[in-house]
Design a protein around this ligand. Structure first.
Ligand code: C2E
Ligand code: MG
Ligand code: MG
Ligand code: MG
Length: 281
């Protein structure tokens, strides 16, 4: 603690500081407990074709079901998990839950759509993601075409040898690769091209700005066109209005995701997940 304004100020600061440390330790202990006591669950948000409204995939999003505090969103525990070395363990749990869910859907549904899994940079450094995926696909008897991996653009900035090798073997297995949150990092599309991604997801901030200015629409359209010329499909994230859908259609954006179509849902609520016309025109 830093001595600021005399004895009282020092004590006050010191006390608050130790309370903060205590809370952080408590949260870490609770997260460790959560991980080992099955408090993590997956919700699924559909990604649909812009012109037909047909679900092309579902994004798996992790939630922490806290016994007293209720549902905690990933932004409130994933950063901590990365900091305290729990992210690889969470990654294993997520892959296991998604594969078990896909196996369940294969048994009970006529048609199964692929599921995308979010993987952050730290996970590539701490574990062999491709081995993890390979062993789970085998264990649950799932075709690699039913899995997709989302990697944020910012995670790609540190393209180390091991990350590139891991990404290549994931792709060689037949698992599709998606760039997540495009536009929030500082990479160029040509940098991404060298990694041969299949799909580009444009960050929700760009979708939110659609129709607010001519420049916003031009920028969006430019990203769509460039991605297409590099052979990638394009997804708009965070679609919340019908007006946005109309522009996306005019821009030939391929797929979209957002609260207007569906919030992330517990697996039981995603049925029927099949061809659903959610809008007209
Ligand atoms: P993301 O991968 O970009 O996921 C999209 C986030 O936007 C989700 O938040 C989703 O609920 C939210 N969203 C979807 N549609 C809309 C919309 O129309 N409007 C608004 N305002 N938001 C929308 P969520 O589930 O809280 O996840 C936040 C981030 O946490 C994810 O961003 C992803 O980076 C990370 N995350 C989630 N699950 C996992 C996981 O299993 N592993 C790892 N490593 N990260 C995860
Ligand atoms: Mg994502
Ligand atoms: Mg995203
Ligand atoms: Mg995000």
């Amino acid at each position: 603690a830093v001595k600021t304004s005399g004895k009282m100020g020092y004590r006050f600061f010191d006390q608050r500081y130790s309370e903060a440390i205590l809370l952080a330790h408590q949260k870490e202990a609770e997260l460790r407990h959560a991980v080992e006591h099955d408090q993590l669950v997956m919700h699924y948000q559909p990604r649909v074709d812009v012109s037909t409204g047909i679900t092309s995939s579902m994004e798996a999003l992790v939630r922490w079901m806290h016994p007293t505090r209720g549902m905690i969103e990933p932004n409130d525990f994933i950063p901590l998990a990365e900091e305290v070395g729990l992210i690889s363990r969470i990654g294993e749990i997520v892959v296991d839950k998604v594969c078990a869910q896909l196996a369940y859907w294969k048994r009970h549904e006529q048609q199964v759509v692929p599921v995308s899994i979010n993987v952050c940079a730290r996970q590539f450094h701490e574990a062999d993601i491709s081995k993890l995926l390979e062993s789970h696909l085998k264990r649950y008897d799932i075709e690699p075409g039913l899995l997709e991996i989302e990697i944020t653009e910012s995670a790609m900035l540190e393209k180390t040898e091991e990350v590139i090798r891991s990404i290549n073997s994931i792709q060689e297995m037949g698992i599709r690769l998606l760039v997540d949150d495009f536009g929030t990092g500082y990479s160029s599309l040509s940098q991404l091209q060298s990694l041969d991604f299949d799909v580009l997801k444009i960050d929700q901030a760009f979708t939110a700005r659609l129709n607010t200015s001519n420049e916003s629409n031009v920028l969006f359209k430019t990203i769509v066109s460039m991605a297409h010329s590099l052979g990638m499909r394009v997804v708009a994230e965070g679609v919340e209005t019908l007006e946005q859908i109309k522009v996306l259609k005019a821009m030939h954006c391929d797929e979209m995701q957002g609260f207007y179509i569906s919030r992330p849902l517990p697996p039981a609520d995603t049925q029927p997940i099949m061809p659903k016309m959610i809008f007209s025109a």
